[in-house]
Structures are given as structure tokens and as C-alpha cells.
Unconditional design. Structure first.
Length: 427
């Protein structure tokens, strides 16, 4: 435990976008088509397959006690009610299992966990976005759950490769994916009767569209999907910045051209959302956490489509929410089995109805907005967990702001941002 206490001071989460990472509002996925063990059939301690070393759902009832943290209570009742209902389902199937659920305000969730886990205490597991996944994994606070990977990919869990890959740090699985998040195009289909699909379509409709670019409003996060649109990327396999190899400067230049053509630019997504609702714009890129407000305001006029396609495909940063098991927990095996029951399709359906986009590729949302988002998740770019990404956000967020606010040459901006990123990463 002393080792963990020493590393506590080094923990520093990288915030992409506060709204995107909150425990609240994501759109709705749904119906269960998986065929595996029912909640009443799974249980017991972790069962490892001798042939593969993988953990599979146990056939004996679960028994023991677990403490689980979540942050849904602060963001409205639907997610909290759904979470509690699923926990109740698991407990009903396992009368010998005690589950103590603690609602922790999202703003305190990661720091509270890191402080307590580093001291050898804290919950057995918690559920959250993967904001702090890389740091917590590298500082030894999370249990390696790689032995669950084969089970999670197979029926009835059918977890997408994008979700699995985004849940890994240095090749090991440290998160058990539950749902997914990424940004796509929200648009008012009474104004844009056909969603703009290509970069040329976007330019044709520039005066009707908006883009969030502010360095302090998540601009570097919303920008990510455009890199692949123009055939670019940020990280090479060796961790060096690859942005100067083509495509990234083209993405910035396209945004400058879009500004000249009339597209509106926003410091934050709340202002863009307000303009979409009021009719000042007909579409902008954002994530499923905005679905509730936009659906309420626009009703069946609201639709979702992929971002712009160019020489390559739009591939926004896509990341799972999921379970993290405390490496200091004495109940790691029980916690794994609890998550396997929680994630059974009949339980995930409950969460889907509350607005989550399941990592399970066989679940189909009932809500049309959620269904559109869910269909696009497997095409996303798994959010990198490479430590070098820590120095992407500030450098490229500032480059984007300079491109839009000052009209600075995109090639110079990318060259300078890439050099600064490599210098900070000692590359």
C-alpha cells in the first residue's frame, strides 16, 4: 500500500470535455437479442477456463458483499433509477449477495477513488467514463481484467472491438465496458432535409451549420473526427506526433474555409445547442449527452448522422463508460462476476431505456436518436490511452483556436503543436 500512497501525488486526469464525461445524459439504446445465461443462472466466484485462462460467468449463486460507487444521482433520476433496478435484479438472482451502492458527485468521483484506493481502501468497484483510466491503471489502482476479454467479446455480451480497445492501457484491459460515447452531427431535418455527408455537402450548407472550437470548451475533442476525414492522425505507433505527415493541417484549413463560407463557431457546446434549439443554426457536432434537451426542444425534427466524409471516413474519438475494479479490493473475483451479471442483455436493456448506448453490438435502441448514435459507435476511433496523448489536448486545442480566431497558417500551427507535443513527451 505504501507504493500506492507514493504514487498518489502523480495522479492527474486529462479532461476532454466536462459535459461529455459527466455521469449524465446519454441517448437511448436497447433491445436484448443475446442468448446466454440469464441473471438467475449466473453466480459464484470467478470461473477461469483452463484452456484460455479467461473468466466466464459462474453457474453458482453469488455470495458476499460488494461496495459499488456510481455518479448518476446528481445528473437526474433516470440513470440512477435504471442503475438501482439492475442492481436489484442481480441481488434478486443472488440472495446471498449484498451490494452497497454509494452515489458520489461526479466532480469528486475520480479524486475520491484515487485517494482511497491509493490508501488501500475505497469501493470494490465503480462505474464511470474512462477519463482517468490511463492514469489510474498506470498507478496500480485498477485490477487487470484482461481475463474477461474473451467472455466480453462473446455472446451474450458481444462487446465491440472499439469499446474493448478503448478500455485497454498498455495492452491490458482495465475497464469493463458498459456503454459508449462519441460525437456526431445533430441536425434539424425540417431545415436540412438530407444530412450533409461529405465535406463538400457541409460547405454547401455552411451558413446553416455550427462547430465547437474553443480551447477551453473541448475544441480538441470535437476536432478529432476530422483527422481521419482528411487522412491524418495524431499519434504514430511509437508515440511520436504524426500530425505533420498530412491530413491534420488540411482539417484546420477546411474549418477556416467553412468559417469563410458562413459556418458559425462556438466557444462551447451549450451556446451551439441554444442556437440549434432557437433555429439560428440547423446542425452541429456534439454527443449523446445532449439528446435529452435537443429531443425535448425539437421533437421529431431532430436527427443524427455521421460527421463529414472526405478522402477518409469521419472517426470521432469513441470511448466507453464502464466498471473499474479496485486493485486493493479483497473481492476482485466477486466484482468480476457482479459485472458479468450486470451486463447481461436483459439488464443492459434497462440502462438502454434510460439513455445509454450499449457497448453490446446486438442491442438495438428504441429511441431513434439513440439508435442513430448506437449504429455509429463501432465506426469510431477508440480513444487512445497512450500516455503521450496527455500532451495533445492543450497544444492542438490552442492550434485550433488560433486557426479560427487569428487565421494562422494551419501548416505552421500543426508543425509547432507537433513539435511541442513531442518535446513534452521527450520524443
Amino acid at each position: 500500500m505504501n507504493t500506492k500512497l507514493r504514487v498518489l501525488g502523480t495522479l492527474a486526469g486529462v479532461a476532454i470535455l466536462a459535459a461529455a464525461c459527466s455521469g449524465g445524459g446519454t441517448p437511448a439504446p436497447t433491445t436484448s437479442t443475446g442468448t446466454g445465461p440469464s441473471a438467475s443462472a449466473a453466480g459464484g466466484g470467478a470461473s477461469a477456463s483452463p484452456a484460455t485462462g479467461s473468466v466466464t460467468p459462474s453457474t453458482a449463486p453469488l455470495s458476499g458483499s460488494l461496495t459499488v460507487w456510481e455518479a448518476y444521482g446528481a445528473s437526474g433520476s433516470s440513470e440512477k433509477d435504471a442503475f438501482d433496478k439492475i442492481v436489484a435484479n442481480v441481488k434478486a438472482a443472488n440472495p446471498g449477495l449484498t451490494v452497497n451502492v454509494t452515489d458520489v458527485p461526479f466532480n469528486n468521483l475520480f479524486t475520491n477513488f484515487e485517494t482511497q484506493a491509493a490508501a488501500g481502501s475505497g469501493p470494490d468497484l465503480y462505474i464511470a467514463p474512462n477519463d482517468s483510466l490511463p492514469n489510474e491503471a498506470r498507478n496500480g489502482l485498477l485490477a487487470d481484467v484482461s481475463d474477461l476479454e474473451a467472455t466480453l467479446k462473446a455472446a451474450p455480451y458481444n462487446t465491440s472491438d472499439v469499446a474493448i480497445n478503448a478500455a485497454k492501457v498498455d495492452g491490458k484491459l482495465y475497464e469493463i465496458p458498459e456503454s459508449m460515447k462519441a460525437v456526431e452531427l445533430f441536425y434539424n431535418k425540417s431545415v436540412l432535409t438530407t444530412a450533409p455527408a461529405t465535406i463538400d455537402d457541409w460547405k454547401t450548407n455552411a451558413s446553416k451549420l455550427g462547430w465547437v472550437y474553443g480551447a477551453n470548451g473541448g475544441g480538441a475533442y470535437y476536432l478529432w473526427g476530422l483527422f481521419s476525414t482528411f487522412g491524418g492522425k495524431i499519434l504514430a505507433d511509437d508515440g511520436k506526433c504524426a500530425a505533420t505527415q498530412g491530413g491534420v493541417a488540411d482539417a484546420l484549413k477546411w474549418l477556416q474555409d467553412m468559417k469563410a463560407a458562413g459556418m458559425k463557431f462556438y466557444q462551447n457546446d451549450n451556446d451551439a445547442k441554444a442556437d440549434l434549439i432557437s433555429g439560428k443554426i440547423a446542425g452541429f457536432i456534439d454527443g449523446p449527452w445532449q439528446s435529452g434537451d435537443l429531443s425535448k426542444a425539437l421533437g421529431d425534427k431532430l436527427a443524427v448522422a455521421a460527421g463529414p466524409k472526405g478522402t477518409g471516413e469521419w472517426a470521432p474519438m469513441t470511448a466507453p463508460d464502464g466498471f473499474y475494479i479496485n486493485d486493493a479490493s479483497p473481492n476482485v473475483d466477486l466484482a468480476k462476476q457482479f459485472t458479468l451479471q450486470f451486463l447481461l442483455p436483459e439488464n443492459e436493456q434497462v440502462f438502454a431505456d434510460a439513455g445509454h448506448l450499449p457497448a453490446n453490438t446486438t442491442l438495438q435502441p428504441k429511441d431513434p436518436i439513440a439508435q442513430s448514435f448506437s449504429a455509429l459507435m463501432p465506426s469510431g476511433f477508440p480513444r487512445p490511452t497512450a500516455v503521450e496523448l496527455n500532451n495533445y489536448w492543450g497544444n492542438f486545442g490552442n492550434a485550433l483556436a488560433a486557426a479560427i480566431d487569428k487565421g494562422t497558417d494551419p501548416t505552421k500551427l500543426v508543425t509547432d503543436a507537433c513539435a511541442a507535443m513531442d518535446k513534452a513527451n521527450n520524443k
